[in-house]
Design a protein. Structure first.
Length: 191
């Protein structure tokens, strides 16, 4: 993508985030996102073929923004605890996303819709920004990760997502989810 296309994509994601946080998924219309982003509706659909796909991209963008601060973090060389560091990362990410309940609901609802509709192919979660951050905290590069290490990262992401949705739907308190996330990280990462 050219720098102009990247800027246009970010503008669309920012506009969708702001509208989603203010109005919730049901009230956000694609033409409102296009107007807020200052792009033609056809341009919006060229980047994001559906509203659920757009809000899944919003989620991934927020995750990328969040984990960007962890790019140079690695537990492999220090005496730190990778399971605790990864649990802290995932708990902090949940807190950040839950700061905007309507947007959190929008991305969660979109994830359920997106997987049941025809959208562009999804990548392996381990190759996502979150998967890469988890592997980095383990001191492992994505390309060097074994099948078992990739599975552990994938299971941590699925566990985090389930706990995030459980807090969002008030099945679990934030404290219960945090305790469960710490336990999951410990169980999955202890040899």
């Amino acid at each position: 993508m050219s720098s102009g296309q990247v800027a246009r994509r970010v503008g669309i994601l920012r506009a969708a985030s702001e509208l989603g946080a203010r109005e919730g998924l049901a009230s956000v219309q694609m033409h409102d996102v296009a107007k807020e982003a200052g792009v033609a509706i056809a341009t919006l659909y060229r980047y994001f073929p559906s509203k659920p796909y757009l809000f899944m991209a919003v989620l991934e963008w927020h995750i990328e923004q969040f984990v960007g601060g962890h790019e140079n973090t690695s537990c492999a060389d220090g005496g730190t605890d990778p399971a605790a560091e990864i649990a802290d990362l995932l708990i902090s990410l949940s807190v950040k996303l839950l700061d905007s309940p309507l947007l959190a609901s929008a991305v969660a609802l979109s994830s359920f819709t997106e997987y049941t509709s025809i959208v562009p192919a999804r990548m392996d979660l381990v190759d996502s920004a979150l998967g890469q951050a988890i592997l980095r905290l383990l001191g492992i590069g994505v390309r060097e990760a074994s099948a078992t290490e990739r599975s552990r990262a994938r299971l941590l992401i699925y566990g985090w997502w389930g706990l995030f949705v459980a807090v969002l739907t008030e099945e679990l308190s934030t404290e219960e989810a945090e305790t469960n996330m710490r336990l999951a990280a410990r169980l999955l990462l202890t040899p």
